[in-house]
Design a protein around this ligand. Structure first.
Ligand code: ZN
Length: 170
């Protein structure tokens, strides 16, 4: 397994609509393992394929469900939200948006259909942080970052700050 570089805003690859996974094979499973290792190392609770420069409809997650419990490592291939209920919002962070935490409007509960890492069809019902994390990761597959939910002014300010940071790094 290897840790992959995580792309950060405003990398144009993060804005692309991702393509459905056609075949679940060994190379996809290697990508899943690499994405999980990358996520744990960051550390984060979710990572989408476009964040490591792969334009595929694939996300990995491992979300805390309470004090002790976690979902454990999860890979979702071609995930789709089929039901939503309620509203919620928390300060979200994103491995591709360094130094930014903002509240984002989300559904409180979601039902997601996807394929698991073996290519088997599964249905997940999630609420609270797990539901928020799913919505956040699935947004990535449509080229959407939570910075897109901010006002144009706030977004412009963040972009300016990022570009300045990138110049200082260079
Ligand atoms: Zn993210």
């Amino acid at each position: 397994m290897s840790v992959l570089p995580i792309l950060a805003y405003p990398d144009p690859a993060l804005k692309k609509m991702c393509l459905p996974v056609e075949t679940v094979d060994e190379s996809l499973q290697t990508l899943i393992d690499d994405m999980l290792e990358t996520m744990y190392q960051a550390p984060g609770i979710g990572l989408a394929a476009p964040q490591v420069g792969r334009g595929l409809r694939l996300v990995v997650l491992d979300v805390p469900l309470g004090e002790q419990e976690r979902t454990g490592p999860l890979a979702l291939i071609n995930p789709r939200i089929v039901e939503r209920e309620g509203t919620t919002s928390i300060d979200e962070g994103c491995l591709s948006l360094p130094g930014l935490n903002c509240p984002v409007p989300r559904s409180l509960k979601v039902k997601v259909e996807a394929l698991d890492r073996e290519g088997k069809a599964i249905t997940l019902e999630a609420e609270n942080l797990f539901a928020i994390c799913l919505q956040h990761e699935l947004d990535h597959l449509d080229g959407k970052l939570f910075v897109d939910y901010l006002s144009p002014l706030k977004r412009a300010l963040y972009k300016k700050r990022r570009l300045r940071e990138l110049n200082e790094d260079a």
